[in-house]
Design a protein around this ligand. Structure first.
Ligand code: HEC
Length: 111
């Protein structure tokens, strides 16, 4: 019983790590690019312009990268974000995803 529990804990930790290292990117480079995003998503990825702008801080990098790719390809349709991602390379998007994923997300009541 104890062995099974230990195994479950180990697998759980490994799964968590896999998520964290799923996207290869440079958080420092992402931070530099993020100045363009701060106006709407907040300098820290938390204090957004208003409640219609999603918080990015603490989001899974995998999700952020997938989303940015989808804005770029047109799979996810939003005029504002489509314009934002056009000039971004795949590396830029990965860096931004890792950067925002590295920030601490703040939960809170809707303003
Ligand atoms: C002019 C305002 C504005 C700027 C600047 C901006 N965004 Fe956005 N962003 C939005 C809006 C509005 C949405 C919600 C769009 C939707 O509903 O799909 C959004 C959504 C997103 C999402 C999806 C979040 C989710 O939870 O699904 C990501 C990721 C994102 N933005 C990243 C960025 C990055 C990275 C930059 C800088 C390169 C950036 N945004 C710049 C307005 C902006």
């Amino acid at each position: 019983m104890k062995t099974k529990l230990l195994l479950a804990v180990v697998l759980f930790c490994l799964a968590g790590q896999a998520t964290a290292i799923g996207v290869k990117g440079d958080a420092a480079a992402g931070k530099q690019k993020a100045t363009a995003c701060a106006a709407c998503h907040g300098a820290d990825g938390n204090k957004t312009l208003d409640n219609s702008y999603p918080k990015l801080a603490g989001q899974y990098p995998d999700y952020l990268l997938k989303t940015l790719r989808e804005y770029k390809s047109g799979k996810r349709v939003n005029a504002v974000m489509a314009a934002q991602v056009q000039a971004l390379s795949e590396a830029d998007m990965a860096n931004l995803a890792v950067y925002y994923g590295s920030l601490k997300g703040q939960m809170g009541v809707v303003k």
